[in-house]
Design a protein around this ligand. Structure first.
Ligand SMILES: C[S@@+](CC[C@H](N)C(=O)[O-])C[C@H]1O[C@@H](n2cnc3c(N)ncnc32)[C@H](O)[C@@H]1O
Length: 252
């Protein structure tokens, strides 16, 4: 499937808030790959963890699935684990991939159609705050929680906890902030350098930053860990931090 290069913020924009619309959907793989440090490593880890944690006859959830990269990673992990293991029967696993942007989901469907997948994959267009999580062995919130109003994040994590089976895993990846202001500023600047090194101009970086203001709200690593511990997760840890982007695992 063909995707365009991300040139959205090359031209001067009106100061409108960032949206996951058709234009963004058409360039999304290029945008996320050039903007999020450690993105591919997170996708690879989702695949590995799916192989370890996903159980037969359970559900997996990709909340804020965009074009389904994490969905496909879970599917690959499930297939690899199943073919490597002693159980040769086909697993009965459903991956529920949820997004509230029809533009993203339309592209997601086309993207998934390009790959042979082995789990049942169900796409749902809905607000993840209303998604019922049940009989889950794995839930992925990959760079999505940061778009949820801060005051609603606790109840979302609590409801994910409720829907996970014992021993199951939640993966949360986020842009993070730091209480220590000089460190916060340093990581912001290093992240801008990362984007410049990936071909974005100063104009593109500053326009995108303005568009994301009040749309993407980062929190500290400590706030994320505390929220998951408070929800009841037994084991919570940050497994990767690349500049101001981090990924966490939480095991029930
Ligand atoms: C940064 S993208 C996620 C990237 C994706 N998880 C991946 O690994 O490639 C955030 C996604 O979350 C979706 N989103 C944001 N708020 C949402 C909500 N309340 N309910 C459902 N989807 C939401 C957006 O439409 C967007 O597709």
């Amino acid at each position: 499937m063909k995707f365009k290069d991300d040139n959205i913020y090359k031209v001067t924009q009106e100061n409108s808030p960032f949206e996951f619309n058709k234009q963004v959907a058409s360039v999304f793989p290029d945008m996320i790959g050039r903007s999020v440090p450690g993105y591919q490593a997170v996708i690879n880890m989702i695949e590995q963890l799916a192989g370890r944690y996903v159980k037969d006859k359970t559900n997996c959830y990709d909340l804020g699935c965009s074009l389904g990269e994490a969905t496909l990673a879970m599917d690959r992990g499930i297939v690899n684990a199943n073919t490597a293991g002693s159980d040769s029967s086909s697993p009965e696993i459903t991956i529920v991939s949820v997004d509230n942007s029809t533009a993203m989901l339309d592209r997601c469907q086309l993207h998934l159609d390009c790959y042979k997948h082995h789990s049942f994959i169900t796409l749902k267009c809905e607000d993840i705050l209303t998604t019922k999580i049940e009989n889950a062995s794995m839930v992925v919130l990959n760079y999505t929680l940061q778009f949820i109003p801060v005051e609603k994040r606790e109840s979302l994590i609590n409801s994910i906890f409720e829907g996970l089976n014992d021993g199951a895993i939640l993966i949360v990846s986020e842009k993070i902030s730091f209480i220590d202001q000089p460190v916060n500023q340093l990581f912001i600047e290093l992240h801008h350098q990362f984007k410049k090194d990936n071909g974005y101009s100063d104009l593109e970086i500053s326009q995108k930053r303005n568009a994301l203001e009040n749309v993407l709200i980062p929190e500290t690593l400590e706030s994320h860990v505390k929220r998951m511990v408070d929800a009841g997760f037994k084991h919570v840890n940050c497994w990767q931090q690349h500049l101001n982007f981090a990924s966490f695992i939480a095991i029930k």
